[in-house]
Design a protein around this ligand. Structure first.
Ligand code: G6P
Length: 367
């Protein structure tokens, strides 16, 4: 059944391995031949989306990181200005709401107190409408929003969110494509639609890296700090990787957009501070490589999750893990997975309570 570990040692590991299947379920019935089906967001979605000039995305925790990725996607694929904010900040400030702003909440549970309060706050303001991307049917967020798109992650038991996050990313890519479509994108996003169809297969290939990631994890068990680097839409993926490591292994971790390295964190780099970088083969690769050189020159130990086509070999103080080639647009979803596996294996080595980390709750329903 859904609430058994199904032979896995922890729910988290089971949920990581379910990602191919739940991503396929989240896409089911929502793609046409070359385009996203806009009515996946509700029968009124097309009409509502047509008037959207701006997007505000509100969430907490891991869901917030999904929103951060979506900002890169929506601005690139739909040309719609997008802001992302944590709910606990948004709900207590004076927010300017330009005409035609769509209010989007992201939540696994649909019951996070701050996110729900943010929605209620937004309903008092002049938004174009509200959309909830959520994993729990009938939750408060779903009931109170104008439009909903359900992720199909199924029950997530591990406190550290994994499959809920990647299905949120898939849902947000559908949103970016839908907003692009109503704004006149015509066919140019067909390769992304095709990429989405192939995504479950790619995810399975990445999951096969489990053993390799487990071997890398041994270098982290004795460390007290770690730095995660990414650029572009992979900066929030680095943030999510750092959050996973913090949550379950209790190792202090933070993420930086790699271009900011020399504005501070480089001062911390030495052999005791592993640096993890996400290196898809995109237009920012050369920039990232020179950032990594800066780390090596300071005696840092580098762990790079890199596209298999990149020329970069494991050598002294540089560990390269090859990730299957994937299109730029969908790479953030794929690169999430080795970072989840890394956090998981480090936590297992450290002997923490992986599924129920100390002091944390699955759903924060009080402020
Ligand atoms: C808690 C959980 C996180 C989750 C966050 C937001 O902090 O431990 O895993 O990302 O709440 O939850 P939501 O249900 O709104 O996505």
């Amino acid at each position: 059944g859904v609430t058994s570990k199904g032979g896995y040692r922890h729910f988290m590991l089971k949920e990581i391995h379910e990602q191919s299947q739940v991503i396929a379920a989240t896409l089911e019935g929502r793609l046409g031949d070359h385009q996203v089906l806009v009515n996946s967001f509700g029968t009124d979605a097309e009409q509502l989306f047509r008037g959207v000039r701006q997007v505000h995305i509100i969430a907490c925790g891991t869901s917030y990181h999904a929103g951060m990725v979506a900002r890169y996607w929506i601005e690139k694929l739909a040309g719609v200005p997008t802001q992302v904010e944590v709910a606990s900040e948004y709900r207590y400030r004076e927010v300017v709401v330009p005409e035609g702003t769509l209010f989007v909440t992201l939540s696994q549970s649909g019951e996070t107190a701050d996110t729900l309060a943010a929605l209620r706050f937004a309903k008092q303001r002049d938004y174009r409408g509200s959309l909830a991307i959520c994993n729990v049917p009938g939750s408060s967020l779903v009931r109170e929003s104008d439009l909903t798109l359900m992720t199909q992650a199924g029950p997530e038991i591990g406190v550290a969110s994994t499959k809920a996050f990647t299905t949120q990313l898939v849902a947000l890519m559908l949103l970016a494509l839908a907003l692009g479509r109503v704004r006149g994108a015509n066919g140019e996003h067909a390769p992304i639609v095709q990429g989405l169809r192939e995504l479950p297969g790619v995810i399975n290939q990445v999951l096969a890296l489990d053993g390799e990631v487990e071997r890398l994890s041994m270098a982290f068990a004795e460390k007290h700090h770690a730095l995660f680097l990414g650029r572009g839409a992979h900066f929030p993926i680095a943030q999510e990787g750092a959050l996973k490591l913090k949550e379950i292994s209790y190792i202090h971790a933070e993420a930086y957009p790699a271009g900011e390295l020399k504005h501070g964190p480089l001062a911390l780099v030495d052999s005791e501070m592993p640096v993890i970088a996400v290196a898809p083969n995109d237009e920012l690769l050369e920039k990232l490589k020179s950032n990594l050189q800066e780390v090596r020159a300071r005696g840092g130990e580098l762990f790079v999750f890199a596209d298999e086509s990149i020329r970069m070999e494991t050598s002294a103080h540089l560990h390269v893990l090859r990730v299957p080639a994937v299109s730029d647009a969908l790479a953030p979803i794929v690169y999430t997975i080795p970072l989840q596996l890394l956090a998981y294996h480090v936590a297992v080595l450290k002997g923490t309570d992986v599924d129920q980390p100390r002091n944390l709750a699955k759903s924060v329903t009080v402020e």
